[in-house]
Design a protein around this ligand. Structure first.
Ligand code: NAD
Ligand code: UGA
Length: 442
């Protein structure tokens, strides 16, 4: 089947939609479709997430999501249920937005997709269309068809490209809508649900659509690995990575997006999706060494940041007290899945350091959640810096830039900052008396 793109018609007829899974994708998707005028029932079987939604609270941190959800609820176009079976009754379209975590062999674990497909199979309306919005490998549309055993129901791949932290903005203004199916009419119908966005529509086959999703994340990850490696080279040759990247970014073919060096790329998707694509390539007998290199290079970046902190401590962090600012995988989200900040914090702890950490989304509870065990959680950034030999900036929360650095200087044991996000102004903090090390920066 040949892919084609087209400009969109802003008019959209209202449809009945079910969304399964109220996570980082399902919730913005449901709220956006309701905002476009469709009648949406969102199913979430996690009681904590569901009760938050029912009482008007957001179960995830996402700018603007509360207003979008409240708007849908007030208009009567968005409602919630714990039961996927209940949600799909009467739905013309059913979006699967469940997790696809990494399996031990690197492949995508499709058990949640499979379970949801099984759960709804006997309850779908004849002629309904099931939409795979979860990130799933090539062949998953066929797998869902087989699991459901409903030849009267269509299955369409519709990958999601939103970013956490700007999920609402991305959902309302996507760069493109991709839909793929053997039945191009079914695919086009799914595309029409989003016609209010005016985004270019790519209608293709399911295999191509599934590949586009992994290719996008793998490309972004490879770009970041290049940027981080380049920043490392800049340090060796004495170039300033900031200016080098400015020089690159003005080339319109390269652009400024995804050019910020950091502690390594992470999050709930780039790491698992690059590994899943590598697994797909391996299964197909294709040697995708470029992608393998990008993944290995990212692991090296984490190690480089740990080494920077060791250097700042005079060679070893054993018995050192370190302040850490930021634990989420990037700013403006509460998501810590595969967070480089967390991985670096734990590596420093394993090397003998006492790590005092602050993150705006983490409460300094007496009993920390599993992934934070061993870290000393602090209630504010000054407390995290108190008594520290080195302060490590690991997540780029904007509020860190506006703190009282004379107070930070006063509470620290040594005036030393390792800024793994290049968040601070090196000249300004050096003027105050700090030793400062950024990424690729003089
Ligand atoms: P998530 O874990 O935050 O959300 C999934 C939700 O589905 C959970 O709340 C879970 O309780 C619920 N669920 C699972 N099975 C259910 C069922 N049968 N009935 C009702 N609820 C059910 O996951 P996520 O981050 O939203 O990711 C979902 C998918 O979207 C993944 O494949 C991911 O790769 C992809 N994706 C994620 C992002 C992102 O930014 N997080 C962006 C694009 C694509
Ligand atoms: C990423 C993609 O950007 C989305 O398009 C995609 O839909 C999503 O994965 C997904 O499939 O789940 P997200 O995980 O929200 O979105 O985060 P990104 O903004 O892509 O950042 C990923 C990692 O790269 C973070 O650790 C971030 O700090 C890092 N990063 C990003 C940098 O170090 N420098 C940059 O310039 C940009």
């Amino acid at each position: 089947m040949t892919a084609h793109t087209s400009a969109r018609d802003a008019r959209t007829a209202p449809h009945t939609v079910a969304v399964i899974g109220a996570g980082y994708v399902g919730l913005p998707t449901a709220a956006t479709l309701a905002h476009f005028g469709h009648t949406v029932v969102l199913a979430e079987h996690d009681p904590t997430r569901l009760s938050a939604l029912r009482s008007g609270r957001m179960p995830i941190v996402e700018v603007g999501l509360d207003d979008l959800v409240a708007g849908g609820v007030a208009a009567g176009t968005l409602s919630f249920t714990e039961s996927a079976v209940e949600a799909v009754a009467g739905a013309e379209f059913v979006f699967l937005c469940v997790a696809t975590p990494q399996s031990t062999d690197g492949s995508a674990d499709l058990s949640y997709v499979e379970a949801a497909a099984k759960e709804i199979a006997d309850h779908l309306m004849p002629g309904a269309i099931v939409v795979n919005k979860s990130t799933v490998p090539v062949g998953s549309a066929t797998m869902v068809e087989q699991v459901m055993g409903r030849p009267d129901v269509g299955v369409v791949s519709n990958p999601e490209f939103l970013r956490e932290g700007s999920a609402v903005l991305d959902s309302l203004n996507p760069d493109r809508i991709v839909v793929g199916a053997d039945d191009s009419q079914a695919a086009a119908k799914v595309g029409e649900l989003f016609s209010s966005t005016l985004a270019p529509l790519i209608v293709t086959d399911a295999t191509t659509s599934e590949t586009i999703k992994y290719a996008s994340n793998a490309f972004l990850a490879t770009k970041l690995s290049f940027v981080n490696a380049l920043a490392g080279l800049c340090e060796e040759v004495g170039a300033d990575a900031r200016d080098v990247l400015l020089g690159l970014g003005y080339d319109k073919r390269i652009g400024f997006e995804f050019l910020r060096p950091g502690p390594g790329w992470g999050g709930s998707c780039l790491p698992k999706d690059t590994r899943a694509l590598l697994h797909i390539a391996r299964e197909a007998g294709y040697d995708f060494s470029l992608l393998a290199g990008a993944i290995a290079s990212n692991d090296e970046q984490l190690t480089r940041v740990v080494s920077k902190v060791e250097d700042a401590c005079g060679g070893s962090v054993d018995k050192a007290t370190l302040g850490v600012w930021g634990l989420t995988f990037k700013a403006n989200t509460d998501d810590r899945r595969d967070s480089p900040s967390l991985q670096i914090s734990h590596r420093l702890r394993e090397l003998g350091a006492t790590v005092q950490a602050f993150d705006p989304t983490v409460e300094a509870e007496a009993e920390p959640p599993e992934d934070l065990r061993g870290l000393h959680l602090r209630a504010d950034p000054y407390e995290a810096a108190t008594g520290a030999q080195v302060l490590v900036v690991l997540t780029e929360w904007d509020e860190f830039r506006w703190l009282d650095f004379s107070r930070v200087l006063a509470v620290m044991a040594e005036p030393c900052i390792v800024d793994a996000r290049n968040l601070l102004d090196p000249a300004a903090v050096r003027r105050m008396g700090f030793h400062y090390a950024g990424i690729g920066r003089r």
